[in-house]
Design a protein around this ligand. Structure first.
Ligand SMILES: [Zn+2]
Length: 492
């Protein structure tokens, strides 16, 4: 709510500047600059503001970083104290990005500037008003991006109506016509998706592919960065994805928006593609994987120190690999500034063997596998729920954009959906690890043979598909090797 009697007891009348922006990001009637100005003048009249200036920018792109001289002028006038209120048609006229909006909010704080919009009143001095402004900005941006999306898609669809666009090397997994699947590569590609879903590192997959002579369409060995783009591309699931030019700076973002089903067939399912896209774009995974590629110890972080502390509870710290006198061991680390007790150690080689045998024995058990598979089915359900919730959020954003529901209703409606989404995504990240076992499980001997050929990153994926963690109790000084020290927390 605007309030012209506010806290400033200076003159009583606010000096308002009207800001208009011409752009193509909102179609239809009413957004010609004349209409914007007229509406804003009426608004200022209504709230008793004195219009002292009108600033107009011609800015045809919704989110390009093109400078807006008139906007800069207006900000300068505000800083000089010549203007103490701004009237705009809609928040999306004023700011084109969340960052620009934050600048305005700062300014409102510093200079006590008031803001009024024709399409609704916003009080930047209150947290609620700011939240509304931020949401309106986000909704407008969403709408603008979709608009650009539709335009580009139309152009591309027109261009591609006859045939698939050529140019550049053929995509991996497809023949030169970019439509026919090249089965040998397609199989390798599906395998890559499964391995990523099983938490294997890209570097590890690249090393393995190189050893097997798998190369890119350009005839070069795969590198993690290229593999990441390949597996995250919606193309491999037969969907067209698009990132509007000018919506990013520097490197193209990993994920574009999926705009349509493509004319070429997919090599992997939409579901697997969505999962792998989520995994590969998760910044937490990047850090994790970078750690993984350096780790030569199979069970670092899987093993937890089980030595009781003074309160009787286990230390619980993740054990890490540390050699002593040339012998590899896992230890509760002696890291200053942490709660790690540094009181547990175990021989790495024997521990790895024991854990391998326990895991293979579990996987040989039909009952264990049945329980794991049940969890995978749960994954399918989770996946469906996530899809539905995402679609609901999209629909809601559209509703508020087209004013079918109020902003307040929007805020109330989206909260439970977002909460559920976050929970389900976290759960899904866990159950997806089970995918790795599809190619692995067999008789104990088969699994042993496969295990032998794997690297530690692959083995780790198998272990973590079966156990959450393994607690290591303190050693019994009378025993040289004691398997009872290891307490497995099985996933199923
Ligand atoms: Zn400890």
């Amino acid at each position: 709510m605007t309030n012209s009697t506010g806290t400033k007891a200076t003159s009583g009348t606010r000096r308002a500047a009207i800001y208009c922006r011409i752009s193509q990001d909102r179609g239809g009637a009413g957004l010609g600059v004349a209409r914007q100005e007229e509406d804003c003048r009426a608004l200022c009249d209504r709230v008793g503001w004195d219009v002292v200036a009108v600033h107009t920018d011609n800015d045809v792109s919704a989110y390009s970083g093109a400078p807006r001289p008139a906007w800069q002028e207006l900000l300068a006038a505000v800083s000089r104290g010549e203007v103490d209120a701004i009237a705009v048609w809609h928040v999306d006229r004023m700011t084109r990005s969340p960052r620009e909006l934050e600048d305005v909010i700062d300014l409102a704080d510093r200079q006590g500037v008031e803001l009024a919009t024709v399409s609704g009143e916003i009080d930047l001095a209150t947290p609620t008003g700011r939240m509304v402004a931020r949401m309106l900005g986000a909704a407008a941006r969403h709408e603008a991006e979709h608009k650009a999306e539709r335009q580009t898609r139309q152009r591309r669809q027109a261009a591609e109506a006859g045939r698939v666009a050529g140019g550049g090397k053929r995509p991996f997994g497809y023949e030169d016509d970019r439509v026919t699947i090249r089965e040998g590569e397609a199989e390798v590609l599906r395998e890559g998706v499964r391995r990523v879903l099983a938490n294997e590192s890209l570097a590890s997959i690249c090393r393995d592919w190189q050893a097997r002579g798998v190369v890119s369409p350009a005839g070069k060995p795969w590198k993690p960065s290229g593999l990441r783009r390949l597996l995250a591309s919606a193309r491999i699931s037969g969907r067209r994805e698009h990132t509007p030019r000018g919506s990013w700076e520097g490197t193209r973002p990993l994920l574009g928006e999926i705009v349509a089903d493509a004319v070429w067939p997919g090599i992997v399912s939409h579901e697997d593609s969505d999962r792998v896209r989520r995994v590969l774009s998760d910044p937490a995974r990047r850090r994790r994987v970078e750690g993984t590629t350096r780790r030569s110890y199979l069970l670092s972080g899987v093993l937890r120190c089980g030595k009781p502390k003074e309160d009787g509870k286990a230390c619980g710290w993740g054990m890490s690999g540390r050699p002593r006198s040339g012998v590899a061991r896992y230890v509760c680390p002696n890291t200053p500034g942490t709660d790690a007790c540094a009181g547990t150690a175990t021989n790495a080689e024997r521990t790895d063997q024991h854990v391998r045998d326990m895991v293979l024995a579990a996987l040989e058990s039909p009952a264990f596998m049945r329980r794991l598979r049940d969890q995978d089915d749960a994954g399918q359900e989770l996946y469906d729920e996530i899809r539905e919730d995402e679609e609901d959020l999209e629909a809601l954003a559209l509703d508020v954009g087209e004013r079918r529901i109020s902003r307040k209703e929007w805020m109330i409606a989206r909260q439970p959906i977002e909460d559920r989404l976050n929970q389900n995504r976290a759960k899904l990240a866990k159950v997806s690890r089970i995918a790795v076992l599809r190619d692995f499980v067999g008789s104990f001997e088969d699994m042993q043979a496969r295990w032998k050929k794997m690297n530690n990153s692959q083995r780790r994926a198998i272990v973590t598909a079966c156990v959450r963690s393994i607690e290591v109790r303190p050693a019994n000084p009378r025993k040289r090797w004691d398997e009872d020290r290891f307490i497995f927390d099985w996933i199923a």
